[in-house]
Ligand binder design. Structure first.
Ligand code: SF4
Length: 355
């Protein structure tokens, strides 16, 4: 008996039934692993099904437009993943004859595939015996080893990486990595791990020492910064103004209602709104009724978004910047947006707000 034998035996009897597992082609495994980055399995499931229905293979994805890929990704967050998935698909299609590379080393050369994802794809889809260490697996191994080092420190990371690569079996490495993923989701939970049901309890030093609840050692983080943001739903005749974000940075390529962050120099939220809209669209506006307040938390900060109705004071429709577009309200659903912009858009539609 060994750690991997016991873990795989448990996996064979308890594996979660997931669509990419029942038919693990390289393409399906790759798409699922990109979607699963920073995202829970339950959230990914409907997106995966929809994405695979529209893009069932590499060719259909490689020949799609970025706009369509982003629209299907909308709500899943971390939109760079979608842009990189498309870039990588086009690269595989043109440079690799449509064949997804089969080793972790080659996979890491593709956009959006880091060390963890490369290991996951190579082991699951191609049977390469490489470790795939994400936050869940760091937690499990820090407990197995009773590693009393701060989480994320270089010594912590190196110890875990080395251990993970040593312990990976050459027989069924993909199932072994997936078994660890399931162990982290179902039993070796961040708080109160369910050690009495754990198949690798006898190898776990933290359990033996009764310190599993104290590991991994986390350094207390500062609270997330918070920003007030003002946006305008500007209407001219029967159209609403949307602006597309730049090609890089957060929410790149998505559409939004123009606006921006409150600055200390702003006398009021409405001042902020007029200043931001003028800077981003060249339009001077008259601020109308407030539409609502929308809150959202990103990984590194939180925002409270204040949305107003507005009308342009002058300029004809054609004189907005190239990245902005007047669109019919019924067409808002066709434009890929981040969570907050979509909430505002849905609010306009579902509440039938007359602008
Ligand atoms: Fe995690 Fe407990 Fe299993 Fe150790 S015994 S690996 S702490 S669930």
């Amino acid at each position: 008996m060994s750690f991997s034998h016991d873990l795989l035996f448990w996996y064979d009897n308890n594996a979660r039934h997931l669509p990419w597992r029942s038919f693990p082609t390289p393409y399906r495994v790759w798409v699922s692993e990109i979607m699963l980055q920073q995202t829970r399995v339950e959230t990914v499931l409907p997106y995966f099904e929809r994405f695979l229905t529209r893009f069932p293979n590499l060719e259909t994805l490689a020949t799609a437009s970025q706009e369509e890929v982003l629209r299907l990704w909308e709500g899943l967050g971390y939109y760079n993943r979608a842009r990189n998935l498309l870039k990588a698909a086009r690269k595989i299609y043109s440079d690799y004859d449509g064949q997804i590379p089969s080793t972790a080393k080659d996979l890491e050369r593709l956009p959006g595939i880091g060390h963890y994802t490369a290991g996951a794809i190579a082991s699951i889809a191609f049977g390469e015996p490489v470790a795939s260490v994400d936050g869940n697996i760091k937690r499990i191994y820090s407990r197995i080893l009773a590693l009393n080092e701060p989480y994320g420190s270089s010594h912590f990371d190196k110890t875990i990486e080395d251990y993970a690569q040593t312990i990976i079996p050459h027989n069924r490495p993909g199932n072994f990595n997936q078994a660890l993923m399931d162990l982290g989701s179902n039993l070796c939970l961040p708080r109160q791990p369910l050690c009495l049901e754990c198949p690798v309890q006898e190898y776990c030093l933290a359990f033996q020492q009764g310190i599993q609840n104290d590991l991994p050692v986390k350094i207390k983080k500062d609270p997330l910064p918070h920003y007030e943001v003002c946006v305008a739903v500007i209407q001219q005749e029967d159209k609403i103004l949307l602006c597309q974000r730049g090609e890089s940075g957060m929410l790149a390529g998505l559409w939004e209602f123009p606006g921006g962050k409150l600055e200390q120099s702003d006398d009021s939220l409405e001042d902020c709104l007029r200043r931001e809209v003028l800077g981003k669209t060249g339009l001077e506006i008259s601020v109308g009724e407030k539409i609502g307040i929308f809150k959202h938390a990103y990984t590194h900060f939180r925002i409270t978004v204040h949305a107003w109705q507005a009308k342009p004071n002058s300029l004809p429709l054609s004189e907005v910047p190239e990245n902005c577009r007047w669109v019919l309200r019924d067409d808002l659903a066709d434009y890929p947006m981040g969570k907050v912009a979509r909430k505002i858009s849905d609010h306009l539609t579902s509440n039938g707000i007359s602008l």
